[in-house]
Design a protein around this ligand. Structure first.
Ligand code: ADP
Ligand code: ADP
Length: 229
């Protein structure tokens, strides 16, 4: 299974400055929930809490029906995968970079993931042209191509729960829409939490939560939120 629940979650980095002030929502199995809101609203804090980079001060976070506190780091990493804003690649082949996280994958599985993410042409190349010592072609990957590598890695790993934290925000708009369709493919039928700046990138979400100043200001579907504003 795969599900996420936040129950009245309170969080602050510093004693006198609450960042999340009682957040409750649920991402049911197989659904997609998006958190949108202005910069500084606390959106990325939600994904950091899910990876347990920090402990909450009040309330509860539940993953797969289990309190996050009681989940080992190892099973958390197996259950939750992330396509980050900015991907740092290892100085090894793209194939290695895709396989990272599931080293037991066959070449066929790696290739299939690369094809789905439309990065298959580069699979034997090294990112950034940093090191051509092993006799392979080095190349400078664009931001969009790096994102495709991250997406292929996630397709291969197939985590039950997926976090997309501003996964297209670093890209130009043409690349963004291409990557968006690859991301839609990965998140289909998978429990997904999307962190985004703009409503326009999360049209298909089952629920959209608008975070402002550490509280949920509004929630609904894309259409219902547009009607109200
Ligand atoms: P968003 O993702 O919505 O832009 P964040 O969750 O990154 O917002 O940040 C929410 C607030 O918490 C911001 O005001 C930010 O400055 C603050 N913040 C983020 N990380 C830290 C930190 N490590 N220590 C102190 N304050 C932080
Ligand atoms: P932001 O870039 O939004 O500030 P954070 O500071 O919350 O993000 O850190 C998120 C980072 O955590 C991502 O860049 C990602 O590489 C890393 N990360 C942590 N756990 C995982 C995981 N299980 N799978 C993939 N990435 C992870």
């Amino acid at each position: 299974n795969g599900s996420i629940r936040f129950d009245d979650v309170h969080f602050r980095y510093d004693e006198n400055r609450p960042i999340l002030k009682g957040i409750s929502f649920e991402v049911p199995y197989g659904k997609t929930v998006a958190v949108v809101g202005p910069s500084g609203a606390g959106k990325s804090t939600i994904s950091r809490l899910l990876f347990r980079f920090y402990d909450i001060q009040e309330g509860a976070i539940t993953v797969n029906g289990q309190n996050l506190r009681d989940i080992t780091q190892k099973s958390l990493r197996a259950a939750v995968g992330m396509v980050p804003q900015d991907t740092v690649l290892f100085n090894d082949t793209i194939a290695y970079n895709i396989r990272y996280g599931r080293m037991d994958a066959t070449d066929e599985e790696v290739m299939e993931a690369a094809e789905l993410a439309q990065i298959a042409d580069f699979i034997r190349s090294l990112p950034d042209g940093l090191n051509t010592m092993v006799g392979e072609r080095g190349l400078k990957l664009s931001g969009g191509e790096k994102q495709r590598v991250a997406i292929a890695r996630t397709i291969l790993k197939a985590p039950p729960i997926l976090i997309l934290d501003e996964a297209t925000s670093a890209l130009d708009s043409a690349t963004e829409s291409e990557i968006q369709s690859a991301l839609d493919y990965v998140s289909k039928g998978r429990t997904t939490l999307v962190i985004a700046h703009r409503l326009s990138t999360v049209i298909g979400a089952d629920e959209i939560i608008v975070l402002k100043d550490g509280v949920i200001a509004e929630r609904g579907t894309h259409n219902s939120l547009l009607d109200e504003n």
